[in-house]
Design a protein around this ligand. Structure first.
Ligand code: FES
Ligand code: FE2
Length: 415
């Protein structure tokens, strides 16, 4: 069977409400299909504007055979280019991030502006036109400071996603933030399992003591109709949420849940922090003394933004945490977590980086172990796709997004 016919076969076997067939999680064929086909059809979260804060700052987004330079131009705009020289193809940027006034190829020193235009190339034949030999641009969308790229020539619609997210996150002023901490965690699990794990809190109470200091699992699926065991807890949370939403509305904040409307790829929700917390920290106190947001009503809540298929973000009054996931291999995934604080906050004075990162650093490590366990069991002969619980409807939403995008992508390449 070819790569694509194996994947088509497994996609045909998929059942609604159950985890995927084994081959889609563990095989090299599925990894190649995901990274070369499926993930090229969608908008992928790469970084924030704070990662390329000043003109000349660049940041690499890499995934299998994809390498993209995200760079801020002299005009302040952020653009994306394939990281391959227009001359004979050498890789232009080899560092994960940095800053340069121009982009110069290390091989024969062709030199490009930050807008991708070719500025200098020595000894080229007559008729060579620099205007035809710039860098190949990649679609990029800056949504309230979150940078998404799409490798397809026909990117899916983004306007309504951009509107929903931008109008809710703009009060957090990402363009006035800096990256205070960035962690790179390699998880020994297929990227889809890392995403599935992120889309449910069925596992949270037992596994995430640090996170549970400030997060209520009731906001993440517990106590839904039919969930008898947690019905009372769910009802209490709903009453508390109603009261907080009333106050937020009066303060001019959006309160209604946006949850993958009409098959779209975004979810945005504001939830109260648990236990009187003011931030997602171990002690519930702000991690940074300088707030990033001065909008009333944000001091005791966090805004969560989730996008299919590779990101999630939490906006607190004093800091933002963003997560970008990329596959490295069938059984390895890279999770990049960035903690952003106000650009004027001084390390050691206004914030302690270890305290800032403590909750999600611990949570990521716990989630990494759970995903690894999940992958290891799926890779055994005993695995059969299992039924999702009521608390895992957003796992199902992720899985359905994957299956539908994959089927559409296959239909597009099949003769
Ligand atoms: S390959 Fe870049 S200048 Fe020759
Ligand atoms: Fe988790």
């Amino acid at each position: 069977m070819t790569v694509h016919s194996s994947v088509a076969h497994w996609l045909d076997q998929d059942q609604r409400g159950r985890s995927l067939p084994q081959g889609l999680y563990v095989s090299r064929e599925a990894f190649e299909f995901d990274t070369q086909v499926m993930l090229k059809q969608v908008w992928l979260f790469a970084c924030t504007v704070a990662h390329v804060k000043n003109p000349g700052d660049f940041y690499l987004f890499e995934m299998a055979k994809t390498s993209v330079i995200i760079v801020r131009g002299k005009d302040g705009a952020v653009r994306a280019f394939h990281n391959s020289c227009a001359h004979r193809g050498a890789k232009l940027c080899t560092e994960a991030s940095g800053s340069n006034p121009r982009i110069m190829c290390p091989y024969h020193q062709w030199t490009y502006g930050l807008d991708g235009r070719l500025l200098a190339a020595r000894n080229m034949p007559e008729g060579f036109d620099k205007a035809d030999n710039g860098l190949r641009e990649v679609n990029l969308a800056n949504i309230g400071g979150l940078i998404f790229i799409c490798l397809s020539d026909n990117p899916p619609p983004i306007e309504h996603v951009a509107a929903d997210i931008a109008e809710r996150v703009e009060i957090y002023n990402l363009d006035r933030c800096k990256v205070a901490v960035q962690d790179e965690l390699v998880e020994h699990a297929n990227w889809k399992l890392v995403m599935e794990n992120n889309r449910e809190c069925y596992h949270c109470d037992v596994n995430h003591p640090e996170l549970m200091q400030s997060l209520s699992t009731s906001g993440f699926g517990k106590g839904l109709p039919g969930d008898e065991a947690d019905a009372a807890q769910g009802a209490r949370f709903e009453a508390f949420l109603d009261e907080r939403q009333q106050a937020w509305r009066e303060a001019g904040l959006y309160t209604h849940l946006v949850e993958f409307p009409e098959g779209s790829w975004h979810r945005v929700v504001r939830l109260p922090l648990a236990n009187g917390a003011k931030s997602q920290t171990i002690d519930g106190q702000p991690a940074s003394r300088l707030p990033i947001c001065d909008h009333p009503g944000t001091e005791d809540s966090s805004l969560s933004v989730w996008t299919q298929p590779n990101s999630w973000h939490h906006f607190c009054h004093d800091h933002v945490v963003t997560f970008s996931l990329t596959p490295l291999d069938a059984d390895r995934s890279l999770l990049r977590t960035s903690w952003l604080v106000h650009e004027d906050a001084v390390e050691g004075v206004d914030y302690d980086p270890d305290n800032l990162a403590a909750v999600w650093r611990a949570t990521n490590a716990q989630d990494g172990s759970l995903s690894e366990l999940n992958h290891a069991g799926i890779a055994t002969d005993g695995y059969r796709p299992g039924v999702y619980s009521l608390e895992e409807k957003l796992v199902d939403a992720f899985k359905s997004f994957y299956v539908e995008t994959a089927r559409a992508a296959l239909a597009g390449i099949e003769p």
